[in-house]
Design a protein around this ligand. Structure first.
Ligand code: ATP
Ligand code: MG
Length: 287
C-alpha cells in the first residue's frame, strides 16, 4: 500500500506559498522560443484547448488489459476502494502544493529500479483523471526502459525522444485516455537517448504541452536517481520531484543520497512509501 504520511509531513514542514512561476511558464515567457505562443482571447484560448484535447487520438488498448498494473495491484491488495482512496489523498496533497506554489511538472523517481515509481505514476495519473475539472498529462521519461504503455495494455511503436527532440509536435505524439488524461508513452529506445536531457529540450517540450493543452499537472515517470545519469539531467526541467521509497528495501541513507542529488536541481515534494508494512496484516500474520 502507499503510505502518504511522510509526504504529508514534508508538505507540512515546508514553507508554503512561494509564487514562483512554473518552469514551463518561465520558458514560455522567454523570447525566441519554439513554442507557438499565440496571443488569443481567454475564451478563444479555452475553446482552442478543448479542441486540442478532443483531437488527441484515444489510447488504443487491448480490451480487458487497460490499467492492468494498477488494477491488478489493487485487486491483489484486496481492497480497491482503499487503494483508490490512498491515491486520492496523495493527489489532494499534491494539488494543494502545486496550487500554492505555482508548480506544474512533477517527476516521479525512486532510488533504484523496481521500487514502484511507474506504479505510483500510473496510479496517481488515474487518480487525477477521476477529477473532471483537472487536466493531467503523464509522460514516460524512462526513455530506455519505459514500461507505462505495457502497463496500460498497449504497445506503441513511437519513441518519446522524437517529441522531446522537437521532431514531433505534442499533437502528433500524445494520445488520450478518457477526456482529461493525456499520455506520452514510449517504446523503449536503444541506449543513448537519454543524452537528450542534457540540453533544455525537455523544458521546451513541457512548455509546448502547456501552451497547447493547459494541463494542471504534468506527471513525469522517471528512471531511478541513484543509478541512472539521465534522471539527474532531467531534473532541472521539472518543478519538483516525488521519491518513491520501497518499504521493503529502501534505506534512510538511500533517501539522504537522493535528497543530496536533488539539491540545486529541483525541489523535493515528498517521499511516498510504497510497499509499506500493512500493520493490520502484519499483526494477523504474527498471530
Ligand atoms: N505496491 C505494490 N504492490 C505490488 N506490486 C507492486 C507495487 N508497486 C510496484 N509493484 C510491481 O513491482 C514491479 C516494479 O514496479 P515499477 O515498475 O513501478 O518500479 P519502478 O520503480 O518504476 O522500476 P523501473 O525503474 O524498473 O521502471 C512492477 O511489476 C509493479 O507492478
Ligand atoms: Mg519505472
Amino acid at each position: 500500500m502507499v503510505d502518504t504520511r511522510r509526504l504529508e509531513q514534508l508538505l507540512r514542514d515546508r514553507r508554503p506559498a512561494s509564487t514562483a512561476p512554473s518552469q514551463a511558464a518561465r520558458v514560455a515567457d522567454a523570447q525566441g522560443f519554439r513554442v507557438r505562443a499565440a496571443v488569443r482571447s481567454r475564451a478563444g484560448q479555452s475553446d482552442a484547448v478543448r479542441a486540442a484535447w478532443a483531437a488527441l487520438p484515444e489510447l488504443d488498448t487491448e480490451p480487458g488489459r487497460t490499467g492492468s498494473t494498477a488494477g491488478a495491484m489493487a485487486a491483489a491488495s484486496g481492497n480497491l476502494r482503499q487503494f483508490d482512496e490512498s491515491f486520492d489523498l496523495l493527489r489532494a496533497q499534491l494539488l494543494q502544493a502545486l496550487r500554492t506554489r505555482g508548480w506544474q511538472s512533477i517527476g516521479i523517481t525512486a532510488p533504484v529500479r523496481g521500487c514502484g515509481a511507474s506504479f505510483v505514476s500510473l496510479s496517481l495519473a488515474r487518480s487525477f483523471a477521476r477529477l473532471d475539472n483537472v487536466r493531467t498529462a503523464l509522460l514516460d521519461l524512462d526513455l530506455e526502459a519505459g514500461a507505462l504503455a505495457d502497463s496500460l495494455g498497449t504497445a506503441p511503436d513511437g519513441h518519446i525522444s522524437d517529441l522531446i527532440a522537437g521532431d514531433l509536435a505534442p499533437a502528433e505524439y500524445l494520445c488520450r485516455a478518457g477526456r482529461n488524461l493525456a499520455l506520452g508513452l514510449t517504446a523503449p529506445f536503444p541506449e543513448g537517448a537519454a543524452t537528450l536531457f542534457h540540453n533544455d529540450a525537455l523544458t521546451q517540450t513541457l512548455a509546448e504541452i502547456t501552451t497547447e493543452y493547459r494541463p494542471d499537472v504534468i506527471l513525469c515517470d522517471l528512471p531511478p536517481l541513484l543509478t541512472e545519469d539521465s534522471t539527474l539531467a532531467a531534473l532541472p526541467s521539472l518543478d519538483a520531484v516525488l521519491i518513491v521509497a520501497d518499504g521493503t528495501r529502501t534505506q534512510a541513507r538511500d533517501l539522504s543520497e537522493c535528497e543530496r542529488l536533488l539539491q540545486d536541481r529541483t525541489q523535493l515534494l515528498g517521499v511516498v512509501l510504497n510497499r509499506g508494512v500493512d500493520t493490520a496484516a502484519a499483526r494477523r500474520a504474527h498471530h
